[in-house]
Design a protein around this ligand. Structure first.
Ligand code: PRX
Length: 647
């Protein structure tokens, strides 16, 4: 099939902030004269003390380091709040839509948000939180989650948000790793009509985290939850006693802003650390250009604040730009599959940014759910988190956007802080399924496995050639792991972990992870984490987890499990293991398939041949490749013969 191309609509080319000529010129300048380019772009942020140095970065071992605007000082909370008060204090900063359409929504102005943030910041100070201390946030999608982030940023505390779908164990691990002494949470969360016992999870987690001295509990559902004297505070009461003024701390550009744990191909999730100055410039700039954002527009990013997309594009980018940002507590199909589009109509959303997995799920429900709504306010659509298949892209474009809205398919990562490869709506002709062209300052390249740079139309490993301001700075507590993970596979390059194709027009097409990371419903997971959860079960001897194609989730989780010798695996054990993984990590890690296997394919040196396991999971049995190097080739026949029949 010939690739479809959607040219930039004429009105976009004329009116957008950036048209094609400007894009080309700005990209060239960002690469050829980075100091001048970024010194200018950084003026979008109010600096307390202006920087005199712009870029000081190297990906090479001898002088490795990443510093941007290093002698400047600023406060990101002040950039998201205080500086807007004079001009748009009464503009709505956050439009919040609850899980149930029966419940009232909330509109919080910049002035109100400022006061709420100051109160919580003062409470944190009163509880002894100091600059550089870590604060864990385990909250559902409520405005207080944004308040919590901004309150930390205000006093220079480093926030670490843990997605409210993670289990007590996962939460405990993240609290311990960064040694937080404060947790901000709610009694319960509410998603798709279901209650999530957040405070109960926190209590369970804290049995392993004795250093936590303060837990602030927001009343979301009003459920009766246990409160520990001296440690646990009720949010509303505790902040009511605080002043609504709190001076923003003067932070150095390279002071840490937040930690966000993300999965890698090995070991425990790593604490990705972002710092203040570069991240602020990057989040604000990309939000403005990618969404062609103009003050006054209603903008909705449907991501959860537990993921990086929520950090950069629900909270920091939009608020730095004085936007009205929609926060949605619920899910796309509750109470029915019109929900997203009803919210669009309710608020007059102009820009909508969502994940392919949600779109695929809604597409399956049929077009009527969309047609029932008007969506006439929509001008621009966005996609993030995983490759969007052309079929879902076309549906998004034709059915949701009625052919009138460009789609920005933004490729990026927790590590990159913001969009790296993406169309700009007034500049880039669109090809469904392609993230298209690099953002300013981004120099992508494709390498072969030996690290040779490939030119022209080709497939390869996606690397980035030089630093950009939003780049992560380190892995919390393990700088060596940072260097090892990203800069040693290909010396002198940042390695993304993604495979990619570049076509004859220079468009980039992300093909997916080439390491042992899988992407399930846009949630990133290390196969090693799920394996270690499985082998922690008393009946399991060994486990190997791979991704499998899944029509809605993009990838599903396929687990091969070898039980201890005395165990007879059966359906009951299968269910028990599924529940076990959900409990150990959280529902997002639920295995789709568990295949009991008497043995796993290993080389003579004992290494599991994952390539073969992936092929079996994909039901691609014709291309298993050479199995003769296996210690016991008959293992493969057994796996194939006993492959579960999948619906
Ligand atoms: O494989 C890529 C995929 O998601 C990975 C990053 O996941 P995470 O750190 O959780 O951040 C997700 C939100 C930015 C990438 O390595 N990915 C993300 N966006 C896209 C994508 N794959 C294809 N197209 C995208 N637009």
């Amino acid at each position: 099939m010939a690739e479809a191309i959607y040219p930039v609509p004429a009105d976009w080319a004329e009116t957008a902030l950036i048209d094609e000529a400007r894009y080309l010129d700005m990209h060239r300048r960002s690469v050829e004269e980075p100091d001048a380019f970024w010194a200018e772009e950084a003026q979008r942020i109010d600096w307390i003390k202006p920087f005199t140095k712009v870029k000081n970065t190297s990906f090479h071992e001898e002088d490795f380091g990443i510093r941007w605007f290093e002698d400047g000082t600023l406060n990101l909370s002040a950039n998201c709040l205080d500086r807007h008060l004079a001009e748009r204090g009464d503009t709505v900063a956050i439009l919040w839509e609850p899980d149930s359409p029966q419940d009232p929504s909330r509109a919080i102005t910049y002035r109100e948000l400022h006061a709420d943030v100051c109160r919580l910041a003062n409470l944190l100070l009163a509880r002894g939180v100091q600059r550089g201390d870590r604060v864990t946030i385990y909250l559902p999608m409520v405005p207080e989650a944004a308040v919590a982030m901004l309150a930390c940023a205000r006093i220079g505390a480093i926030h670490s948000i843990v997605f409210a779908g993670f289990s007590p164990d996962a939460l405990a691990g993240r609290i311990q790793d960064c040694d937080s002494r404060v947790v901000l949470t709610a009694d319960e969360g509410l998603r798709g009509g279901k209650r999530v016992p957040l405070k109960k999870n926190v209590d369970e987690a804290l049995t392993h985290c004795p250093a936590v001295a303060t837990v602030v509990v927001l009343a979301r559902t009003g459920a009766d939850v246990a409160m520990q004297d001296g440690r646990d505070l009720r949010w509303a009461e505790a902040v009511a006693a605080q002043s609504a003024e709190c001076a923003p701390a003067e932070m150095n550009a390279e002071d840490p802003l937040f930690i966000l744990y993300t999965s890698g191909s090995t070991g425990k999730p790593k604490g990705v650390l972002h710092t203040t100055g570069g991240y602020s410039v990057w989040a604000s700039m990309t939000h403005q250009y990618v969404f062609d954002y103009r003050p006054g527009q209603i903008y909705w990013c449907a991501a959860d604040i537990g993921w990086v997309t929520g950090h950069s594009y629900v909270v920091y980018g939009p608020l730095a730009n004085g936007a009205t940002t929609v926060m949605f507590e619920g899910v796309p199909n509750f109470p029915d599959p019109s929900r997203f589009w009803q919210v669009v109509d309710k608020f007059g959303v102009e820009i909508f940014y969502g994940a392919p997995t949600a779109l695929r799920a809604l597409m399956r429900e049929g077009d009527d759910w969309v047609h029932k709504t008007s969506r006439k306010s929509l001008r621009l659509l966005g996609s993030v988190g995983e490759p969007i298949n052309p079929e879902a892209w076309e549906w998004y474009h034709k059915v949701v956007g009625e052919g009138r809205c460009p789609i920005v398919d933004t490729w990026w990562q927790t590590e990159t802080g913001g969009a790296m490869i993406t169309p700009l709506p007034g500049a880039t002709a669109l090809k469904p399924g392609s993230a298209s062209k690099p953002m300013f300052g981004v120099q992508p390249a494709l390498l072969d496995n030996d690290g040779l740079v490939l030119d022209g139309a080709t497939d390869g490993c996606l690397v980035i050639g030089d630093s950009w301001p939003g780049q992560m700075r380190t892995v919390w507590g393990d700088h060596e792991r940072f260097f090892q993970t990203y800069f040693t596979t290909f010396k002198g390059w940042y390695f993304t972990g993604d495979g990619c194709r570049r076509d004859e027009d220079g468009y980039y097409w992300i093909t997916g992870r080439i390491d042992d990371v899988i992407n399930v419903s846009g949630h990133r997971m290390g196969t090693a984490e799920i394996e270690s959860a499985l082998v922690a079960h008393a009946k399991v001897a060994e486990a190997a987890v791979v991704g499998m194609p899944h029509a809605i989730k993009g990838q599903g989780i396929y687990a091969y499990v070898t039980c201890n010798a005395e165990v007879e695996p059966d359906e009951a054990l299968r269910r028990e293991l599924v529940a076990w993984v959900r409990h150990e990590i959280g529902p997002i890690a639920t295995p789709d398939v568990i295949q009991f296997a008497p043995g796993l394919p290993k080389t003579r040196s004992g290494k599991i041949m994952r390539r073969i396991l992936r092929k079996i999971a994909e039901n691609d049995l014709g291309s298993l490749g050479d199995t003769s190097t296996l210690a016991d080739p008959s293992v493969v026949d057994n796996l194939i013969a006993n492959r579960p029949v999948l619906a």
